[in-house]
Design a protein around this ligand. Structure first.
Ligand code: HEC
Ligand code: HEC
Ligand code: HEC
Ligand code: HEC
Length: 401
């Protein structure tokens, strides 16, 4: 065949067309760097998807503040059955009730949680759940500043005007198996939405958001199969790690490189971003919310609210984030609602001292006791070395800016 200019042009044109079709998203695409030059640590954004996302993650207006008159009675002194919000003034208490109605039950109103005419009554299950939710929100905002910082959360962060948050998870039913030679496929090859339609195990939640199975699978040394440094993690475990990482990425609407340098997934320090450390606290927070606040109220819910195996709906990264790198793109709603924080009288969580030699600002503000840190026993696992990681990683950020 003669290789004419025309065929050459055709070839180029069809290649370009193929490339565009292959990408699935038409240009322009925005790229922003998250790490050192040459490490491919960058985020690829489609501005059109971002625009839709931004509209979905807009925080509602803050209700006008109450003008507090000194000496107004506290809710605990006026009402009969106030167990959590007793220290609020009566005005702030009413403002809170109006706000949580807007955030959780805008259609149903007060009676979603109350029997008309008897607000003190606890017989509607949603009221009992809501009280536990208040305590859970307090724990998040006061005990997990390592993750939620001063931004904090309100009921709206998860509920967004819905009775049930849009993103919750249940344990999947035991898979049906033909038995015999087929064996157990470990939930793979189902192209599940929970793992970004990949063929990875479709339950990326139970092992990490309820159980504390190790996420780390990398060996500490090359080819260390024996001795004290032996790496006993299996390929199967690694697949589970990748599955949960797919969930983290899709929940935040980011690539793996938002947290990792992909040539060294296990590394912290300069080969990771400060966001990776935030995420390290995030998984531990989510696990605690499920085990200490959701699971204990399983029996409060009616059967139609429970999952196929009878478990309660639980939180994961998407419950708060819903596709944004920070829920509601970092809108700080909580500080406008004192009811979202434990009362000043309640015991404040212990604040850990700054790690030696580190400026206060770089040290994790409050490090909750985490016994599993020791068990993992790997470099970078303890909060102190995390603080070091934070310092060098934020330096990296400064360098690339
Ligand atoms: C999502 C559930 C929920 C909704 C909706 C709700 N409340 Fe409440 N309400 C509660 C909870 C939980 C308590 C108890 C708080 C505590 O124990 O500190 C409470 C307590 C009260 C009390 C105190 C009753 C007493 O004597 O102990 C009043 C009054 C009240 N709510 C009024 C309202 C009003 C008015 C509305 C509608 C604007 C409303 N609530 C909407 C959950 C709700
Ligand atoms: C971290 C996310 C999160 C936050 C924050 C949160 N919730 Fe929830 N909430 C959940 C989950 C998960 C469920 C379980 C869903 C279900 O009912 O099946 C739930 C359920 C509920 C229910 C029961 C709804 C029903 O119809 O069964 C009520 C009421 C409720 N929350 C009120 C609140 C209130 C009030 C606040 C703020 C003080 C709040 N929630 C904050 C995650 C959250
Ligand atoms: C939001 C931050 C974040 C994103 C995005 C993220 N990761 Fe991770 N990744 C982490 C954290 C934190 C850990 C360690 C978790 C722990 O120790 O509990 C981790 C651990 C890992 C590990 C195990 C490393 C080891 O020590 O063995 C691998 C592999 C991994 N991630 C791959 C990925 C892949 C692939 C993606 C993209 C699909 C991804 N990660 C996206 C934060 C992130
Ligand atoms: C209870 C709600 C909640 C849950 C659950 C949650 N987050 Fe967050 N996350 C937040 C809030 C609020 C912020 C904003 C903190 C701030 O302003 O610095 C945040 C911030 C982050 C950031 C920092 C983003 C940045 O650019 O600085 C990362 C990374 C992150 N979350 C990852 C995760 C991962 C991964 C999970 C699941 C393992 C998770 N989060 C679960 C509420 C949540």
């Amino acid at each position: 065949m003669m290789f004419t200019t025309a065929t050459f042009r055709l070839l180029i044109a069809s290649t370009v067309a193929l490339l565009v079709v292959g990408c699935g998203e038409r240009p322009p695409i925005a790229v922003s760097q998250t790490g050192f030059r040459g490490t491919a640590m960058e985020q690829v954004y489609n501005p059109r998807i971002l625009a839709t996302q931004a509209a979905l993650n807009k925080a509602p207006d803050v209700a006008p503040a109450i003008v507090e008159v000194p000496g107004t009675p506290r809710a605990g002194a006026i009402y009969q059955n106030v167990q959590v919000l007793g220290d609020l003034s009566v005005g702030e208490f009413a403002r809170t009730m109006a706000a949580i109605t807007e955030w959780v039950a805008p259609q149903q109103g007060c009676n979603y949680c109350h029997i008309a005419g008897n607000f003190a009554d606890d017989s509607v299950y949603t009221k009992v759940v809501a009280r536990k939710m208040l305590q859970m929100t307090h724990k998040i905002n006061a005990g997990w500043k390592t993750h939620v910082a001063e931004t904090g959360v309100t009921c709206y962060t998860c509920h967004r005007g819905n009775n049930i948050p849009k993103e919750v998870w249940f344990k999947p039913e035991q898979q049906k198996s033909a038995g015999g030679a087929l064996g157990n496929d470990f939930g793979q090859n189902r192209a599940a939405a929970s793992v970004g339609l990949s063929s990875l195990p479709y339950d990326p939640f139970t092992p990490y958001f309820l159980d504390s199975k190790p996420i780390r699978v990398n060996g500490k040394e090359a080819m260390a199969m024996t001795g004290t440094a032996a790496n006993r993690s299996s390929t199967k475990q690694a697949e589970s790690t990748y599955a949960t990482m797919m969930h983290w990425s899709t929940s935040l609407g980011v690539n793996c490189t938002y947290c990792h340098n992909t040539q060294a997934f296990a590394e912290w320090g300069a080969n990771a971003t400060p966001q990776r450390a935030t995420a390290w606290y995030g998984i531990r927070m989510a696990r605690e919310l499920n085990n200490e606040y959701m699971v204990p109220i399983t029996n409060v819910f009616p059967a139609n609210r429970l999952g196929p195996t009878g478990d309660v709906a639980k939180a994961n990264c998407a419950t708060c984030h819903q596709g944004a790198y920070k829920p509601l793109y970092g809108a700080a709603m909580a500080k406008h609602y004192p009811a979202m924080y434990p009362s000043v009288k309640a015991a404040e969580p212990a604040v850990a001292p700054a790690a030696p030699g580190l400026p206060q600002a770089d040290a994790p503000a409050a490090v909750p006791a985490k016994p599993e840190v020791k068990a993992e026993g790997k470099p970078g696992a303890n909060p102190e070395s995390k603080a070091v990681a934070l310092v060098s990683a934020s330096k990296a950020e400064v360098l690339v800016k």
